[in-house]
Design a protein around this ligand. Sequence first.
Ligand code: IPM
Ligand code: MG
Length: 365
Amino acid sequence: MEEKKYKIAVFPGDGIGPEIIREALKVIRVISESSGVTFEIEKGLVGGGACDQHGEPLPEKSLSMALGSDAVLLGAVGGPKWESLPHHLKPERALLGLRKRLGLFANLRPVVAFKELLDASPLKSNVINDIDIMIIRELTGDAYFGQPRGIIMEKGLRIGINTIIYSEEEIRRIVRVAFEAAIKRRKSLVSVDKANVLESSQLWRDVATEVGHDFPDVELRHMYVDNCAMQLIWRPSQFDVIVTGNMFGDILSDEASMLTGSIGMLPSASLGQKTAMYEPIHGSAPDIAGRNIANPLATILSVAMMLRYSFGMLREAKIIEDAIRAVLKDGFRTGDIYREGTLLVGTEEMGNEIVKKLKALLKPV
Ligand code: IPM
Ligand code: MG
C-alpha cells in the first residue's frame, strides 16, 4: 500500500497560541502512529511574532509555506503589544491575508454542546440541551475586504469608511455550501441578513432563495440578524445550519459559542479551493498566556475537523471527539469550564489526558 503523507503548515501565533498548538501536535502525533499516515509538520511565524521578527504580520515565507501545504493549523494572533500598529501591520492582517490568499470563502463553525458541560453555560441546561448548530460564515467578502475603505479627511474632519459588498457569485457559492451541509444534517437552513435595511442583504436573500430551488428537500428560512441574535439565546435548538455574511457571522459565532459553556470549546474549518485552514475561534487571550491554564480543546477539535475535511480520516476524527467527551466525562476541566466538584487541570495536563484516552480508543479491537 502506498504510504500516505500530508504536509501541515503550523502557525502557533501569539498569546496562548503556542501552548494550545503544542497539545494539538501531541494529538496529531498519536494519530500518525496509529494510522500509519505521515504528517510532515512545518512551523512558521504569523501575527505579532512575525511583526517583531520580520516587520510584517504575514511574511512571504509563511504565506508560501501555507500555499504549499495540504492543510494549515493556526493557534491565534494578536495582543496589546501590537494594537497601536498601523492597520496594515496589525497581527490580525495575517489571518485576513491567509483567508484571502488561500481563497478560504467558507468558514464552518460547529456549535455543539457537550452534555458533560451543560452546567458550564450561563444559560439554563433545558435551553441548551441537544444544541448542534453549524454556522457557515462567508469569509472573504463583506466589509472585511470591501473597497473603498479607509479614514479620509473632509473639511478638516476625519471620516471612517468601509464598504459592505457582495456579488451574486460570492453569495451563491457560500449558500450552496450551506445547503449541501444541511442536506446531510437535519435539512433546515436559516439564512441571516439585514434585508430590511441593506441592499447587499436584499441581494443575499434573493440569491439564497434562488439557490434553494435546487434543494427542495431543505427547508429554507430567512432571518434578520438582530432577530437571529435574540433567537440564538431564546430557542437555540431550532437551528440546524445557519449561513451568513462575514461580519454577521463573526458576531453570531461568538455569541453562539457561549451556548457550549466556553468559547474555548469551538473549532473552525475554513475551506476554499485547495488548502484549508483550521483554527479555534477564540483569540490569543494575552491575559492568560504562558500560564498553562488555556483550554486546548477548541484547537484539538480543529485537528479533528482537519482529519475529516482535508484528509478524509473520518474514523480518527470521530475518535478525537470521543476522547474529548470521555475526558470531560471523567471530570477533567480547564479553568474556563471548571465547576465545583470537577478536576481542575492545566493546558498540558488536559492534552495528556486526551492523548491517554486517544491511545486507548485507537487500539485495534
Ligand atoms: C474570528 C476573529 C477574526 C475575525 C479577527 C481576529 C480578525 O474574530 O476569526 O472570528 O474577525 O474574523
Ligand atoms: Mg470573531
